[in-house]
Design a protein around this ligand. Structure first.
Ligand code: PMP
Length: 449
């Protein structure tokens, strides 16, 4: 390829040029077919090339694409807010639209801090989060993220928000057994709040199922209920980062529903538009907005493109498509089917240590030894090797934890569009099996060299 001025994620690497997509498949300029086994970045939830959505783009573009949110609202933005409120049973009647998941978590953080300012407690301004978490790449969101690799270059200018351990039962960070642990990782929240002082803590933020930092780490029952109780006891807001898990990905509209927990603030992104347009949202429970309404009334946040009618109309069409075709319910059923098939691979290959996740957000963790759970050395770049091989085999997978020496193992996320059929899931697993076959034949023997 000749000289190019586009900065790619990894400089010097050649990326295939994509031509088009349909359903769960993408096609590059050479006509090569890829089964989208990870919905891009766990985003293309309703699949590629849905005509209903492209129609909605044209319809809105013919009316108006952009108005500035400080001057106008639009039918599209109002209807989208209403749709999100309906989808969440009226628990979040307020929506603030932004352009990315990172901005949504930044907004959630700022709203939580503002809430306490309006209540006359400006010193309640710290956020507690967990190690093994990812809330975004902007500096506020990265400060909340317990993702060492993404933090390390910027450590000096980040706040040290991550404070408590993740519910990573496969390799418990507290070295406890699930049966007798008493959910000690959740209890760490109480200890952290006491250490910092409840008067200084605005909110606790967590992903219901940990995505990029851990490959679909799913907490045990009772974990989120306990965290919510602790938040209530110390008057601390609970923010659920549902950027990856929200809008049906785990088989429910919000993943927090699995545990019957209602966060005070929820962030959404990715599946909210299925990738058809950049849009994300911070959805907020009534008491928080009422407090601001009775106070300064101004929310210091937002961006030029926030709530632009074109993106709102597209997101609305995606969410209407989601409900019309019961896609969240279908994801729950498909998730069981796919997980069972992955468990069959787990029996076959000694390097699969754990299969986990909910709905169609599934994770595979690799080990050198199933019994001892010994992870591969980081230098072996297991995640990258598998992802690269998969691409050669026409299968897209999402790299999650690259593996942090002694803390996490190398892992990948399998998260196809929620519309995937059984036949397509069979095809996905058969391509994955071909990848594992080639990997064990050609690469696995050399990882310790
Ligand atoms: N939160 C979570 C849980 C995410 O998975 C991501 C993206 N991987 C983000 C926030 C950041 O979203 P974005 O990349 O759209 O800024």
């Amino acid at each position: 390829m000749g000289k190019s001025s586009l900065i790619k994620p990894v400089l010097g690497v050649e990326y295939p040029i994509i031509s088009h997509g349909k359903g769960v498949f993408l096609y590059d300029a050479f006509g090569k077919e890829y089964l989208d086994g990870c919905s891009g970045a766990v985003t293309a939830n309703i699949g590629h090339g849905v005509e209903e959505i492209t129609k909605s783009m044209v319809e809105q573009a013919e009316k108006v694409s952009f108005v500035y949110r400080s001057q106008f609202t639009s039918d599209a933005a109002e209807q989208l807010a209403l749709k999100l409120s309906d989808l969440t049973n009226g628990d979040y009647p307020w929506s603030f639209f932004v352009n990315s998941g990172s901005e949504a978590t930044e907004t959630a953080m700022k709203l939580a801090i503002q809430y306490w300012q309006e209540k006359g407690k400006p010193q309640k301004n710290r956020i507690i989060s967990r190690w093994m978490s990812y809330h975004g790449i902007t500096l506020g969101a990265l400060s909340m993220s317990g993702h060492p690799v993404r933090r390390e270059r910027f450590t000096e200018i980040l706040e040290s928000y991550p404070a408590i351990s993740a519910p990573y039962c496969y390799r418990c960070p507290l070295h406890l057994e699930r049966k007798s642990c008493g959910l000690a990782c959740a209890n760490e929240l109480e200890a952290a709040i006491r250490r910092i002082g409840a008067d200084h803590v605005a909110a606790f933020i967590a992903e219901p199922v940990i995505g990029a930092a851990g490959a679909a780490i799913t907490p045990p029952d009772g974990y989120f209920q306990k965290l919510k109780q602790i938040c209530e006891k110390y008057d601390i807001l609970f923010i659920a980062d549902e950027v990856m898990t929200g809008m049906g990905r785990t088989g429910k509209i919000l993943a927090s529903e699995h545990w019957g927990v209602k966060p005070d603030i929820v962030t959404l992104g990715k599946g909210m538009s299925g990738g058809y347009t950049p849009i994300a949202a911070t959805i907020v429970s009534d008491p928080i907005i009422q407090t601001i309404l009775q106070g300064s009334r101004v929310i210091m946040g937002g961006h030029t493109f926030s709530a632009n009618p074109l993106s709102c109309a597209i997101s609305l069409a995606v969410l209407n498509h989601l409900t019309k075709h019961n896609i969240a319910e279908r994801a729950a059923i498909a998730g069981v089917y796919l997980k069972n098939k992955l468990h069959l691979l787990e029996q076959k290959y000694s390097f699969i240590g754990d299969i986990r996740g909910k709905g169609l957000l599934l994770g595979i963790e690799f080990v050198q030894n199933k019994k001892t759970k010994e992870p591969f050395p980081l230098v072996a770049s297991i995640t990258n090797t598998v992802i690269k091989l998969a691409m050669e085999h026409g299968l897209l997978l999402y790299p999650a934890a690259a593996g942090e020496e002694g803390v996490t193992g190398a892992a990948i996320i399998v998260a196809p569009p929620l519309t995937i059929t059984e036949k397509e899931m069979d095809e996905l697993v058969s391509r994955l099996e071909a990848v594992f076959e080639e990997w064990s034949e050609k690469h696995l023997l050399n990882v310790n060299e």
